[in-house]
Ligand binder design. Structure first.
Ligand code: 5GP
Ligand code: ZN
Length: 111
């Protein structure tokens, strides 16, 4: 765990979160400040700072997260209505938490 990282603390159970999914590689929890009716964060367990820090070895967990998105969307009732997957990169790209995460956002219109 990386000291002072709120997402590492959530993953370690040292800070609260409303989890949708978790396993040994990744977790998904509701955004504390959602910008849409459904807004969850898909987060690798490993502390990777951002897309700018990605290496070849991270390929497996990244593809796992993206492949898992449809199941998460299904469980939240928005698979068929559609959703966005968004990654903010760096301060200028809107990234505030420097533990890589993919925003899964939707629910404006349920199918
Ligand atoms: P970023 O702007 O870094 O891509 O997105 C970070 C997101 O994490 C923001 O949308 C923010 O609302 C969310 N966030 C920040 N701190 C916490 C927290 O302690 N718990 C949860 N569940 N979400 C958080
Ligand atoms: Zn972290």
């Amino acid at each position: 765990m990386t000291k002072d990282c709120i997402f590492c603390k959530i993953i370690a159970g040292e800070a609260p979160a409303n989890f949708v999914y978790k396993d040994g590689d990744m977790v998904v929890f509701h955004n504390i400040n959602p910008s849409a009716p459904i807004h969850v964060l898909m987060v690798p367990v490993e502390h990777i700072e951002s897309v700018n820090s990605l290496e070849e070895k991270h390929g497996a967990v990244l593809s796992k997260i993206i492949i898992k998105a449809k199941e998460v969307a299904q469980s939240l009732g928005i698979r068929d209505s559609g959703y966005k997957l968004v990654v903010n990169v760096g301060t200028g790209g809107g990234q505030v938490i420097f533990h890589l995460h993919i925003h899964l956002i939707g629910g404006w219109e349920k199918a």
